[in-house]
Design a protein around this ligand. Sequence first.
Ligand SMILES: NC(=O)c1ccc[n+]([C@@H]2O[C@H](COP(=O)([O-])OP(=O)(O)OC[C@H]3O[C@@H](n4cnc5c(N)ncnc54)[C@H](OP(=O)(O)O)[C@@H]3O)[C@@H](O)[C@H]2O)c1
Length: 265
Amino acid sequence: MNRNKVAIIGCGNIGQSIIQGLLKGKTIPARNITATRRNISELAFLGESGIRTTTDNISAVKESGLVVIAVKPYDIVSILTELKDYLKPGKHILISITAGIPISQIRDVTGNKFPIFRAMPNISSSVGKSVSCICHDGATAEEIEAVKKLFDNIGTTMIIDEDLMQSATILGACGIAYVLRFIRAMIQGGIQIGFDAATASAIVNQTVKGAAELLIERRQHPEFEIDKVTTPKGCTIVGLNEMEHNGFSSSLIKGIVASFEKIEK
Ligand SMILES: NC(=O)c1ccc[n+]([C@@H]2O[C@H](COP(=O)([O-])OP(=O)(O)OC[C@H]3O[C@@H](n4cnc5c(N)ncnc54)[C@H](OP(=O)(O)O)[C@@H]3O)[C@@H](O)[C@H]2O)c1
């Protein structure tokens, strides 16, 4: 059992974000991480940090205890078929971060022999600020703890029921794109009212970070904090109401539901 050796199979956008977060977290040494993809030159920059990079998925699995599958949904069956004879009960824990593929489908390919997890991190893994929702099947308490510990390296981890994994994909993984678009719009507004782009970005980024940390630390509902900013007849409430008249909350909710309907198809 080697819970401190990780293979990332299919190291594209999210795989690289996870690795950058693991390197930043420093609890897993770079030499214990193996990253694979076919176009290996794309991972040359990781090699410099001491991570092993290879096109050989099987050797990556043989050398690791935690096997993270990070390929697109249309590639997962062929990857699992390639790896299944090398995944050993007691040695390996399989973790799929591929969106939309249920554990039952993974088990159909790999056989009913070892613990399987699904995890849904987001790209802020790279700066250690992901929220990773995980669910599992056939895992012991020690195995759950090992996987939780892996994802705690790149942010916070929540264990959820598998039937909420699609929702977690939308709210957490896609969600970062919604927030980034919101930030972009605020920057555009900031430029229109007088700031250069760099200053507007610095103000908005810190404001968004502050708002999130306020809610995380105080555990308050957003509206409780909004009430502190909205002077009667003041500029904040006028702006907020104008946004709502133009469908601000409604468009966000509709976007989230549209993404969810798309993933459920
Ligand atoms: N991006 C996100 O924010 C995010 C967040 C959470 C979950 N996810 C999920 O994670 C999965 C990957 O997403 P992504 O955005 O990282 O996609 P991506 O950038 O396309 O990464 C997938 C990687 O898999 C590699 N690959 C394909 N076949 C392979 C094979 N046979 N052996 C080894 N590597 C192989 C590809 O590289 P080569 O072509 O070089 O082999 C590619 O770089 C998706 O299912 C997605 O839903 C993504």
